[in-house]
Design a protein around this ligand. Sequence first.
Ligand code: SF4
Length: 341
Amino acid sequence: MNDIESLQGTALLAAIEEKALRGEPAPISLCLRLADDINSSQAPHDWNSGLFSAICDAADRVREALHGDVADTCSIVNGRSGRCTEDCKWCAQASRHHTGCREYEFVSDEEYFSTLRANDAAGVKRFSIVCSGRKVAMNDIRRFCDLYRRSQEISGMSLCASMGLLNREELQALYDAGVRRYHCNLETSASYFPTLCTTHTREDKLRTIRMAREVGMEVCSGGIIGMGETLAQRLELAAESRDAGAISIPVNLLNPIKGTPLENTPLISEPEVVLTIALMRLVAPKQTIRFAGGRARMSADATARMLRGGANGAIVGDMLTTIGNAMEEDRKLFTSVGLKI
Ligand code: SF4
C-alpha cells in the first residue's frame, strides 16, 4: 500500500489536490473513498460545510490553477431533429419513443443564421450544429459544410459539430469546412452503456472519436448523469472521456421525458450533481468540465457551488430538448462567482 492509499478524509483530499494541481488525475477508488468519508462525517447534502465543502474548494483551486478564471462557453443549434433509428433509452429524439419532439430533416437557413448571429452577438465562444440520428449521410454533411463556410464569413466563433458515428472521409469534409472540434458523447460509463442502448456500441463511438482526432479535430465527449448509474460509473465516464482524448467533458442531467423508457427515473439530487462535478474535476483536472443540459432545474445556490467547485464551462442559451437559461442571465451568473465568459 503506498502512502496516499492509506489516507482518509482531509489528508487524502490534500494529497489528491496536490497531484491534481500538477495535472495528475485522481484515481476513482480514492474519490469514492472521499465520498464515503462525507457520508460518515456529516449530513451528505451540505456542500457548504465539512469535507463536502473542502472537496468543492479543492476542485475550485484545481480549476483556477489549470484553467484560470475564464469559463468556456458554447451554444448549439439543432441541425436535424427527431426521427432517429437508435434506441438510446434517455432520448426524446428516438422515433420509437413517441415523445412528440420537434421533427425536421434539415434546419432552415433562416433559423440557423439567426441562432448563429444571436450567439455571436452575445459573446459565445463556440457554436455547434447538433444532429439527431446514428449518423449524418455525406450528402447532408456537404450541405452542413456549406453552412459552416458561410458562417465564417459573418462570425469568428469556433465551429463544432455533433453528427453521430461519422467515418474519416465525413470528418475530413467537416474539417475542411472549418470545423475544429467534434462532439461525440460516450454518454455513460462503458459498464453501464449496454443497459441503455443496444443499437450501437461504445466501440463505435470510440472509433469516431479516434478518427476525429486523427483528422486534426479536438474532441468534446461526456454524457448524461442521473440515469440510474452509480457515482463510480459517473467518474468512470469522466476518466474514459479523458482517456479517449477529450479536452472537454460536457455533463448533462437527465431530463426524464415522457414517452422514453427513463420517463419515471427519479431526478438526481443537487448534492449528487455538485459532488459529481467536483470529483470529475479531480479525475480529469486538465479537461474542461462543461455543465450542459438540465441546468435550468438546478437552484442558483447549487449552480454557483458548481461554478466554484470544479466546472469551467457551460452550454449557454437554449439546449436541445430542454430549456436552458437565457444567455444574459448566464453572463450575470458567471460574473457573480468571479468567472469571465
Ligand atoms: S443516436 Fe442520438 S438522437 Fe438517436 S436515440 Fe441515440 S442519443 Fe437520441
